[in-house]
Design a protein around this ligand. Structure first.
Ligand SMILES: [Zn+2]
Ligand SMILES: [Zn+2]
Length: 231
């Protein structure tokens, strides 16, 4: 037993069972996404690649998600607090299923020079929470993908849930200006042809869409999105 276990006993973030962060019976209740879909039309697509005619802008070239954002996963993610965050993702790494590794292997076949870009948090949100979930999930995925983690984006403002904003104009201004390329990283863009943007959960997709738009505008050739869960 480690000292840390004495002070903070491990318990299942789903059901409270002592000894692990996700117990085997909760783990069985996580639902893997079997059929990936196109980001734009939501229809089935192999490895979540965007269909050629589905987007004029084509800012997102593909979307891979691992689990359905079911009530259990929601609870697990919500219960991850600062002191647990790193350990939880280390444990998740050990119990990842072979199907997921197979799915991630798609990126390896696609290109050898991807850079992983976690969706950044704003400074205020980061200080409030103490960690960026997307960064931790990135290091988790990195164990399988072996690409380097980039730090090209900054978050200038938070995005409210798009569903709460009634009109189209309001929704546009909600996401507009949320991200920018870090001024000191602009030079790196030319050495970074392809990016995998990583977030914990993709629901409406407005956050990753805006991040992808900014990256493409800066000159990135391909932008794929990888998320732990799809809402
Ligand atoms: Zn449990
Ligand atoms: Zn499509």
């Amino acid at each position: 037993m480690f000292l840390i276990d004495l002070f903070f006993p491990k318990f299942c973030l789903g059901c409270g069972y002592i000894g692990v962060y996700v117990c085997s019976s909760c783990f069985k209740k996580l639902e893997l996404i079997k059929q990936d879909t196109c980001f734009y039309c939501k229809k089935p697509s192999l490895f979540g690649l965007t269909h050629p005619n589905c987007s004029k802008t084509h800012n997102i070239d593909g979307l891979l998600t691992i689990y359905h954002y079911n009530p259990l996963l929601k609870k697990i993610i919500k219960n991850i607090k600062y002191r647990l965050a790193v350990q939880v993702w280390q444990e998740f790494y050990k119990i990842i299923e072979p199907q997921v590794i197979l799915k991630l292997g798609f990126y390896k076949r696609l290109s050898q020079d991807f850079v992983i870009q976690p969706i950044p948090l704003s400074k205020i949100k980061y200080n409030e929470r103490g960690f960026n979930q997307a960064s931790l999930i990135s290091t988790f995925f990195q164990k399988f993908l072996h690409y380097s983690i980039g730090d090209l984006l900054i978050r200038k403002k938070e995005i409210s849930a798009q569903a709460q904003i009634k009109n189209k104009k309001g929704r546009y201004f909600n996401v507009q200006g949320a991200f920018a390329i870090k001024p000191d990283r602009r030079g790196l863009i030319y050495q970074t042809p392809n990016i995998i943007v990583i977030d914990d959960v993709v629901t409406s997709g407005s956050t990753v869409k805006e991040a992808a738009r900014v990256l493409k505008k800066a000159g990135i050739k391909k932008v794929y999105v990888l998320a732990l869960a799809k809402g």
